[in-house]
Design a protein around this ligand. Sequence first.
Ligand code: GDP
Length: 459
Amino acid sequence: MSYLEDTIAAIATPPGIGGIGIIRISGPLAEEIARRIFRPKKPISHLKSHHFYYGHIIHPENEEIIDEVMVVLMYAPHSYTGEDVLEIHCHGSPLVLKQVLELSLKLGARLAEPGEFTKRAFLHGRLDLSQAEAVLNIIQARTERELQFATRQLQGYLGQEIKRITDCLREFKAHLEVAIDFPEEEVEIAPLDAWLPRIENQVLKPIKRLLQAYSRARVLREGAMIAIVGKPNVGKSSLLNCLLKEDKAIVTSIPGTTRDIIEDVLNINGMPIRVADTAGLHKTKHAIEAIGVERAWEKIAEADIVLLVIDVSRPLDKEDKEIYEKIKEKDIILVLNKSDLTPKIDEKVLNKEFKDLPMVHTSALYGQGIEKLEQTIYHHLLGKDVSIPSFIPTLRHKQVLERAIEVINRIKEAMVDGLPAVFISVEVKEALDILGEIVGETTSEDILEYIFSQFCIGK
Ligand code: GDP
């Protein structure tokens, strides 16, 4: 029997005692099972689709009543799975539910695997894969925000956006194929120059926007991570204390005292932000300090934002610049600390050395500029647009999108280098296959299995 020809059944409500408990059955036998075990209170010729009926579940052999129930039959394709679906609403007793489930198994259904109802919905094209994942996320949401993201994903926005992107790539591929098939006619592949901006604007940019939405959503969902760096004695520990509004880090005037990493969570406008104060990133022969420096680098790699602290009461030196050189690939906010003292650094020098970095003046000693710093961090994390994005890729989507970007960058390079259409076409197919994984067009069986196995039975 092929996968979709059999009938599956499961208890769809959570285990334990409840007001009602629901048995869900999907597949070609759903209607027959209803006919054999359900006795409506008022005689009827047949169960109408999407109508609720009151009656009893009876044992088909001895007519013994098992429970008083409501049933609803939803004929294909207008059901959750796209197949005939029968729901039996029983009293919420685990014993009753077990008996009704066993009856349906006796009549030819088999026990559903976790997520199998949703998997069937996907296989019947009722949902794309990103929507099926949204169902899982709705069930598993722990916060209102997670729920909101998942609900939006269920609307299929992500799938629609991916379709717009792949439509453009398909059109491009068709053009390339004409050029491959009719080389002698010298059909110009609508000069490549014309395609480059389209690939940029209709493929690359939308993918990057999705990735941004991911990181913003992740920050909103899970909070962010900030690392405080700077040479010794610039006021990193003091700044951390100010942000946390308590004395957690040991503040001393001896350079190199923060040997371990102090980490805590602060809350900016309701967003949880982990802050790590790192040891000075200077070279050291001291063994324990060296460990601190190494850990500092790990934290910096993890951080969404790095606060680079500079002591403005002393001239900018080689060490400040070296630290900046090492972290300049990160998202940096420059914190000009000790601004209560006479400045020894010219703003022009700062602008020249730290091209266009956002800067905030603070005095960690007097708690000045801290609020401004907090708001700068907040806006930096969320971007200018603080509204919640409507497409929220998950980690799986993010990884797929990143792979797609790599291939598309290769395509761009190949176009610029004037490589043959055959070569570019292979890469375009690769990009299409990768993007297809998001909606489930090209997703491997393993991944499907993995995704649906995270569901509960009955969903
Ligand atoms: P770290 O080594 O970078 O963590 O620096 P600390 O936070 O331990 O501070 C080193 C010294 O600078 C301490 O004596 C602090 O009191 C002092 N300090 C920190 N921030 C400020 C500030 O904004 N203004 C002034 N005047 N002193 C500060």
